[in-house]
Design a binder for this molecule. Structure first.
Ligand code: SF4
Length: 428
């Protein structure tokens, strides 16, 4: 418990995150200055082609997922809210035709504020969408312009009011910190504006300068400085503190929520439950095999149009890789890694490979023991990458061969973009 926020994720949220269905919608109204996601500008023709190819991918993936009932569906991207209402209807008809979606599934749609309108909200409601994740990033007009965002600073509040009026009770906001020109004072004001909207869920990511993006290139070339690490850590601390005061407790490195409002879909990833990914750049973990789709829209669509799998990679997951992921992903959670969340054989792999390193981490204060596992102490949460690297190095010193655990994907969490290879908050 921190201030008034309850830390999680709680047992019922973990239990409900049984299987996830992710759909990558590769279209945006404009390209943001920091983003390297697989996405292009929206056009009706491109979206129609994507839908037709997606219907083929549903048919391709459905047999492997026949035994799964999906408790979460997540439309990410890209900007799923750019789709026309009738396209959303067609998409969900395809998904429900191919996969078993639980009647009480959490169905999330990522939206940018400018495309939340009454017509779309009606269509989303008819399709079963019960959770919106709204990309706000900042509440300052000049910062939004620098980030290449196209919505006015007041638009998220209008989008929230409209969504509430249409019955949506689970709303999330994405914010960004640590970009050039960002200050703690302005971050404090953005947090205040965000919390005034009373979101059930809030995410905050530090800018990750990506080569090939407008903002990333200026940062990486040194032309535009970003705030030093200590200031970014302070910004992160402020996020946790303000959120807790507003009743939103931390449950993952970059995410806070009201009790019971954890993003179920992300718990699927962090707890290593099965998931099916559809669309360009989507990843899946189903039946003990991992796959990653072509990142490029043209390559993905062309493969499906010629009846070929749209995959750039596929492999059977090794026990070593699975054990490593238990730590890399599970330690992102505020309550840490719990034995009850994993099958006995997998827990044995973790104990065999990491047992000595974990004991040392606990002895040196890098982890603390919980009732049935271990977690990163609050004070080190922002340095979670370092803790994980230390554990990995100690495991190797004890004879664990990390090369045998190479199959951890670069991004099992296509959106929001949390890195599987580290727990430090990145960008959205
Ligand atoms: S940040 Fe979101 S809206 Fe902006 S270009 Fe990337 S996917 Fe599109």
């Amino acid at each position: 418990m921190t201030a008034r926020g309850v830390e999680g994720p709680g047992g019922s949220a973990r239990e409900a995150a049984r299987a996830g269905l992710y759909v990558h919608v590769p279209f945006c109204a404009a390209r943001c200055a920091y983003c390297d996601f697989s996405s292009g500008l929206f056009s009706v023709a491109a979206a129609e082609r994507w839908l037709a190819a997606l219907e083929r991918e549903v048919a391709l993936r459905a047999p492997a997922a026949a035994g799964l009932t999906f408790t979460s569906v997540f439309l990410g991207g890209g900007t799923p809210s750019t789709l026309a209402p009738e396209q959303v209807g067609r998409l969900f008809r395809a998904l429900r035709g191919g996969f078993a979606v639980a009647p009480d599934a959490e169905i999330t749609l990522e939206a940018n504020p400018e495309s939340v309108d009454a017509r779309r909200l009606v269509a989303w409601g008819e399709a079963g969408v019960n959770r919106l994740s709204v990309g706000a990033q900042s509440f300052h007009a000049d910062e939004l312009e620098r980030l290449g965002r196209i919505h006015p600073a007041g638009r998220p509040a209008e989008a929230f009011a409209l969504a509430r009026a249409h019955g949506l009770r689970r709303l999330s906001l994405d914010l960004m910190f640590g970009f050039p020109g960002h200050t703690l004072e302005r971050w404090g004001a953005t947090l205040e504006r965000a919390l005034e909207l009373e979101p059930e869920h809030l995410s905050a990511y530090a800018l990750s300068p990506e080569p090939g993006t407008r903002l990333g290139d200026t940062v990486l070339s040194g032309a535009t400085p970003v705030a030093p690490d200590a200031e970014q850590a302070e910004a992160y601390g402020l996020f946790l503190e303000r959120a807790a005061l507003a009743g939103l407790g931390s449950y993952e490195t970059s995410n806070v929520c009201r009790p019971g409002a954890e993003a179920r879909h992300n718990l699927v990833y962090w707890l290593r439950r099965p998931y099916v990914g559809l669309g360009p750049s989507a990843h899946g973990l189903v039946g003990g095999a991992r796959y990653g789709n072509f990142r490029d829209f043209e390559a993905w669509a062309a493969a499906l149009e010629s009846a070929a799998p749209p995959e750039a990679e596929r492999e059977l997951e090794s026990a070593a890789a699975a054990g490593r992921e238990v730590l890399l992903l599970g330690l992102r959670l505020t309550t840490g890694v719990s034995r009850a969340d994993y099958e006995a054989e997998l827990w044995e792999v973790v104990a065999r490979r990491y047992g000595a390193a974990l004991d040392e981490a606990i002895a040196t204060g890098r982890l603390h023991a919980t009732a049935d596992g271990f977690a990163i102490p609050r004070a080190l949460r922002y340095l979670a990458d370092d803790v994980l690297a230390w554990i990995e190095a100690r495991a190797q010193a004890h004879g664990f061969d990390s090369d045998s655990a190479h199959s951890v994907p670069s991004s099992p969490c296509p959106s929001p973009p949390s890195s599987a290879t580290g727990a430090t908050p990145t960008r959205t």
